[in-house]
Design a protein around this ligand. Structure first.
Ligand code: DGY
Length: 326
């Protein structure tokens, strides 16, 4: 029997490619540059599966792929899926949950510590030869230990952040979530708080919600106005969840103390973005899951989702909104 055809739209580790080749006939995009739309379209006509990450999957793209059964995303966030269009065309979408929980939560803690202890700012201070005397008030940071962390979105990754903050730093952890997580409250002693009160009470705020039409600009001028002047604000979810103009305004007008950012409204972030000029803002280039092991695990999980779907089996990680297609 012929193997099903798939298209791999981004470079993946050799071992993952070898796994796919056991079950599928495949073509691949081999460059580190993101695949241009016309090249993607050219490759969709005859395939049943697409392996990608972050590519917008909408009505137009789906119109070029009449045989497509599955889009397997190498990421946990799947805001690139137009869910309604995929439902209409009966195209399954899968993502890569679980395998990145540890790695992304590590980055959240790293951004919190770096912003609190002004690591990147003081690194520049030393490297630029400006260290002439003992650090005093103007170089002091703030403590994480015993401070209050507010987590907006206590999903799988948020839960790891809560655990590390509680056990590693003795923080008081508040969370806001669509649903109460009573088991986590009991296990870790984290407390549910309504959204506005969490914003008012927290010393650190970590945004951990998925991006969708309900979370667009969930953090806006109103929300920054409610935060403490001493708040350290962390975003590792998606840039669009925060109105970046409101964030810039909050930092410029000292409505908050500092920020740690992995994500931006436009990526790659423009070199002219005012956030890049602010010493109290730590900026990293969307590296939440970017360790060699975790990226390998994500690619392998995505490959397994892809293969299962094109063989007519149930992939382990169909996104919840598309489970009805099974
Ligand atoms: C994810 O997996 O969603 C990370 O943000 C990488 O895109």
């Amino acid at each position: 029997m012929d193997k099903p055809k798939v298209f791999i739209a981004k470079p993946i580790p050799e071992k993952v490619e070898a796994f796919i080749s056991e079950y599928c006939e495949y073509r691949k995009w081999d460059s580190d540059e993101r695949i241009p739309k016309d090249k993607l379209i050219e490759n969709l006509a005859d395939v049943e599966g697409l392996l990608t990450s972050g590519t917008k999957i909408d009505e137009e793209i789906l119109s070029y792929s009449p045989k497509l059964k599955v889009v397997s995303d190498i990421s946990v966030g799947y805001d690139n899926f137009d869910i309604e269009a995929m439902k209409r065309k009966s195209v399954m979408g899968t993502n890569t949950p679980f395998v990145l929980n540890e790695t992304v939560s590590d980055l959240v803690l790293a951004l919190m510590i770096s912003a609190a202890r002004r690591i990147t700012e003081l690194d520049q201070y030393v490297k630029q030869g400006r260290w002439k005397k003992e650090i005093e008030n103007d170089g002091f940071g703030v403590d994480m230990n015993h401070a209050t962390l507010g987590i907006v979105g206590l999903g799988r990754i948020g839960e790891y952040v809560a655990r590390k903050a509680k056990l590693g730093f003795n923080m008081d952890v508040l969370y806001y979530n669509r649903n109460r997580r009573l088991n986590i409250e009991k296990e870790l002693g984290v407390e549910y708080e309504n959204f506005d009160d969490l914003l008012k009470k927290s010393d650190f705020i970590s945004i951990m919600v998925p991006y969708n039409k309900h979370t667009y600009h969930m953090i806006d001028y109103r929300e920054f106005d409610m935060m403490k002047k001493s708040t350290i604000f962390i975003n590792t979810s998606r840039g669009q969840v925060v109105n970046e103009k409101a964030l810039i305004d909050a930092l410029n007008n000292k409505k908050i103390l500092a920020a740690g950012l992995d994500v931006y409204e436009t990526e790659p972030v423009s070199p002219d973005n005012p956030l890049l000029k602010m010493p109290n803002v730590i900026t990293v280039p969307h590296i939440g899951s970017a360790t060699a092991k975790t990226r390998f695990d994500m690619a392998m999980l995505a490959a397994k989702n892809l293969v299962k779907a094109v063989l007519g089996e149930v992939p382990p990680n169909v996104v919840p909104e598309l489970k009805d297609l099974l």
